[in-house]
Design a binder for this molecule. Structure first.
Ligand SMILES: [Mg+2]
Length: 372
């Protein structure tokens, strides 16, 4: 679709029908609300950190809904929306960010690997799983999610190489939001990521990552080709995360934010749904969209109930330990460099804990807001 949500189409790809388009939109509405709620929980201290994906819902939702039931998803730490779209309990998705458990869900049940924090290690795991499945005669493809920064890592390059050599049915979906943490897109020499795939014998696709229908169509084709022996692919979804890397720390200027806000994936899909009558007449569309919003509020309420204990203390069913605030748990287990000064060995102030949630609003202020 174009940036206003008008259908454009492409001869190589099959666009999703009305029902699938509605599925994509509903999942994005829920994903956006989930991001908002999880971010609030992090600011309250109920989560140690939350890496938001607000603005890039189309890439995650479009990719995940292209998977078949028997396929596997290999998410990174920023792909919680992908997980809940796959059917993982939203509260269980957040246990990693409470410091409760590495994966609060059963990976085999959902065919979702644990969220990986090291960059791109999930990519080679996706290759290994699909290679093993093929040797056992099972029809399993995988979708590995990465950010653009992760593609600079050796793990990503090794995964491309092994996938090509073994002809593994893997699609690497790169959500290129133009920034690797706070490093600008002007630093790398490559103009885009997907052409680099050819050097590894991997196909490359370049898609508008704020167009859920386009991502769905491209990933569906790439998965079908991979499954039929056509080889792995890298899909570069060009998008923009409107929230900071984690917590606070804005590094995009106003013009960049305005550019991407105009291309909000939810607004575009809603415009297309309404223009083509995919949800019925105007009144029926209003009711359907209101129902999507109500579903999203139910997810947010569930997450609040299961994740927001007093002072961030644990209340999730996955938690067996004492009521230790998540920020404290992460502080205790995270390795930190020792800082010593010449004058007073071992007594220098410790550096700030990485990932500690900033408190832009006070806890009291947040608790007065009934929706949070
Ligand atoms: Mg990035």
């Amino acid at each position: 679709m174009d940036r206003h949500g008008r259908r454009v189409g492409h001869p190589l790809f099959t666009a999703p029908g009305p029902a699938r388009l509605a599925d994509l939109h509903r999942a994005m509405v829920i994903g956006r609300r989930f991001n908002q709620q999880a971010g609030t929980l992090a600011r309250r201290g109920s989560l140690a950190v939350y890496p938001s994906s607000t603005g890039q819902e189309a890439a995650q939702v479009g990719g995940v809904l292209a998977l078949s039931e028997q396929d596997w998803l290999f998410p990174s730490y920023r792909d919680s929306v992908a997980l809940i779209t796959r059917g993982v309990d939203p509260a269980q998705t957040l246990t990693l960010f409470r410091g409760d458990w590495h994966a609060g869900y059963d990976p085999r049940r959902h065919r979702c690997a644990p969220q990986c924090t090291p960059l791109a290690t999930n990519a080679s795991q996706a290759v290994g799983l699909t290679y093993a499945a093929r040797r056992e005669g099972r029809d399993v493809a995988a979708l590995a999610l990465m950010g653009d920064g992760a593609t600079s890592g050796g793990d990503a390059r090794e995964a491309y190489d092994f996938a090509a050599v073994w002809n593994a049915p893997v699609v690497f979906l790169v959500q290129n939001d133009h920034w690797a943490t706070s490093v600008s897109p002007h630093r790398p020499a490559a103009p885009a990521l997907d052409p680099g795939a050819s050097g590894y014998g991997v196909k490359g696709y370049h898609v508008d990552g704020n167009d859920a229908a386009a991502v769905y169509a491209v990933v569906s084709r790439a998965l079908a080709e991979a499954r039929s022996g056509g080889g792995p692919a890298i899909v570069e979804a060009v998008t923009c995360r409107l929230d900071p890397h984690t917590g606070s720390g804005a590094y995009r200027d106003g013009a960049e934010v305005a550019y991407w806000t105009e291309r909000d994936p939810l607004l575009r899909t809603e415009a297309l749904l309404r223009a083509e009558g995919a949800l019925g007449n105007d009144g029926e569309a209003d009711r359907a969209l209101a129902a999507f919003g109500a579903d999203a509020e139910r997810v947010a309420a569930l997450v609040r109930e299961r994740m927001a204990g007093e002072d961030g203390a644990a209340r999730s069913t996955a938690t067996a330990g004492p009521s230790t605030p998540p920020t404290e748990r992460v502080r205790v287990v995270s390795p930190r460099p020792r800082v010593r000064s010449a004058g007073s060995p071992g007594t220098a102030p410790r550096p700030p804990v990485r990932g500690h949630p900033p408190r832009s609003l006070s806890t009291a202020e947040l608790r007065r807001e009934p929706r949070l």
